[in-house]
Ligand binder design. Sequence first.
Ligand code: C2E
Ligand code: MG
Ligand code: MG
Length: 601
Amino acid sequence: MDFSLDINNLRTFENIIILLVLFLLLLRIYLLIKEKKKLQKLIEKKVKIFQKAFDISEDAILILSDKNKVIYANKSMIKLLDLDEGYMLEPLKYMPKVKVKKDWLELDKFIKKMHKATDDKMQSFPQSSLLPNNKNSKNIPINLYIDSTSMGSEYDLWCNIISMHDLSKEKERLTALHRHKLTHLPNQLQALQDLNKFYSQIHLDDKKLALVLVNIDNFSQLRAIIGYEQANIILIKFAKYLEQLSKRSSFYVYHTFHNNFLLIIPSVESSDEIIMLSKEIQKQLVSFYKMGGVALHLTASIGISIYPESGSTLNLFDNAYKALAEAEKNGHGRINIYKTDTLEHDYDELALYNGIHEAIDKNEFEVYYQPIIEVGTEDIVAAEALIRWRHPQYGFIPPDVFVPIMEKTGFIVELGRYVLEEVLKQQKRWELFKFKQIEISINMSLLEIETEGFVENVAKQLAYHQINPELIKFEITEGSAMSSEEQVDTQLLALKKLGVAISLDDFGTGYTSFSYLKKFPADILKIDKTLVDYILVNQEDQRIVKAMIELGHNLGMKIVVEGIENKRMVQIVSSYGCDYMQGYYFSKPLPVFEFQKLLRR
Ligand code: C2E
Ligand code: MG
Ligand code: MG
């Protein structure tokens, strides 16, 4: 056997195997590289597509490394920040400033602050502002979104993705929507929005609110004579004049339509003021516009509505138009104030009756609070809870109108429960938030007292809400108390056993006998407003009030005098020795939010 040949053969075979393995290895490497290139191309393509997508987006997008280098900016962002070429992978030359809520901050500082405040990486800040660069001092309203993500060490560790939605155009569009095209004054749409704000303020001070509609007379005929352009010039000039006047006299002016302008005057002492202002406008208008050196004799008709005289806020705007129509009917250059006819107060009892059942569920009732003041210190020591109903059709309806209907229909029992619950919840809130704790009086009707389970319900609610009974008082009117003496007495005594106090309300309007008053279980006597209305001038009333206070004191009661409207009334009733006072001089009944501001003082 040839042994050496065998060995040679073996070597050749080995070499072939090695070559084959090498070849396979190279093939594998080649395929891998090819695959990687393909993948890279694919990624590049995808990135391009994403870039294109971001570039057509109107939202501006910026990716900043945590060292403030620009990793990416789409076209909108390049335009917004006015970035120079070569910005990529360089730090921003000017760090844009943003204002979120109230302070301006550089974007990077803002992001740091945001990260400190929250662990949430994704945050949105609607209605912010941007100062994009130092060339342009105008700031831009934006919605700002910020997200942060880890990018790996090639790009510093973290990067921030910032998206900005430019709101300028929307703002412009909205402003245009709320402005008159010709004069650029706010238009009727804006007026209606503003009115809602003014209405919600009305109860806060004793001032009135007036709407004045000014209509340039005969405008269509005038336009036919002087032409479209000249007529427009008149409107523009008149708008400017009203605008200037509005700044001097603090009112708001709107160009409602065509030749019609509206003034909203939120703080009026008397209607005389409005008449004077209207006359001044009319006077100016007469010599307002000259054509070829000759003044055109322009006149305006003016319709006015004043809250509260001209009706509820729901109808105030319409009533100004009614007043204007009336003024125009009577000739040119007239001024007319809308007076409520009886119709306005003529509520449709059936509509009220039907509405009552749903009013609680629809949240149309609200409890207001009127402070009761201690004579001498003039501190708020108590308050009366007074119900308010915002009716969807009639607007605000006074309790004097709907309480009697509720008494007739029996619904007053449910309303009474509602008021009690609201007051108890409110007392608890005040306790928790460390407001000064004061007694709250709740009015109750005869029907409530006569309803079985009334006292039990009060006891149950007091326990449920864990309110000290000494913080609750019930008021019953003199009239109710007398009409059903015995039953009322038993119930009142049961109430008193719970620890709540009783006031005899509207005292002086009925004919309570001395013997009845003597055994009446009240702790407090509230002298009715009608007895003090003329106390400054009527000596008879002075004597009566003085005697009542003494009588009440002799029977061991404390005295509240209602309807105190001015300082002289305070002086006179204080000199008679009454204990507490209640009235507009100190404050009108207020919604809880306003009332508690008084408690904090
Ligand atoms: P009231 O219990 O005698 O309440 C006092 C009324 O006098 C309140 O009228 C209050 O706003 C008003 N008033 C207070 N100070 C002055 C002032 O200085 N000048 C003038 N002109 N008025 C002043 P309001 O809120 O219209 O309530 C009228 C009546 O409706 C109340 O008379 C009460 O009898 C009844 N009422 C109110 N809320 C409720 C309630 O929740 N349940 C029941 N059953 N009756 C209620
Ligand atoms: Mg009362
Ligand atoms: Mg009263």
